[in-house]
Design a protein around this ligand. Structure first.
Ligand SMILES: [Zn+2]
Length: 144
């Protein structure tokens, strides 16, 4: 690949991220409207966030469950399959959120935990590695 081609690809990637950014900000701007969680949206925004925040390196959650949880918006649960001898990660989310922004924030939040535990072999705590995403999220109008 020539240098110019590499440059062009980098530029296209940057433009794509800017587009994603605008879209996320727009879509999460209505704070009044209740949001109902769907698997379709989880998959859709997983892909989008993977590109925007994780260089497309994150593997999807092994399982997704929508359930009522007390005291938290979402969870990334690590489990171990004795039969297969492998670890797996389950995303648990609420069936609805006060608004779409809260849904997007929660999904992004749990994706960081997945990133910490799978790619970084980290504890997955709310440590400095976790909060290193704060500025990136802020640019997309999301809080950590
Ligand atoms: Zn957390």
């Amino acid at each position: 690949m020539t240098k110019n081609m590499t440059k062009k690809i980098t530029k296209e990637k940057k433009e794509k991220i800017i587009k994603i950014k605008k879209r996320i900000i727009k879509e999460s701007s209505n704070l009044e409207k209740n949001y109902k969680t769907t698997f379709k949206d989880i998959k859709k925004y997983f892909k989008i966030f993977n590109k925007a925040f994780f260089k497309d390196q994150l593997n999807p959650f092994n399982d997704i469950q929508l359930k009522k949880m007390n005291g938290c918006w979402g969870q990334c649960v690590e489990d171990y399959s004795l039969r297969k001898g492998t670890k797996f990660f389950c995303l648990e989310m609420q069936k609805d959120y006060p608004n779409k922004k809260e849904f997007l924030t929660t999904l992004g939040h749990e994706m960081i935990h997945l990133w910490q535990q799978t790619l970084k072999k980290d504890t997955g705590n709310h440590n400095s590695l976790f909060y290193s995403f704060r500025p990136k999220f802020k640019k997309f109008g999301l809080n950590l």
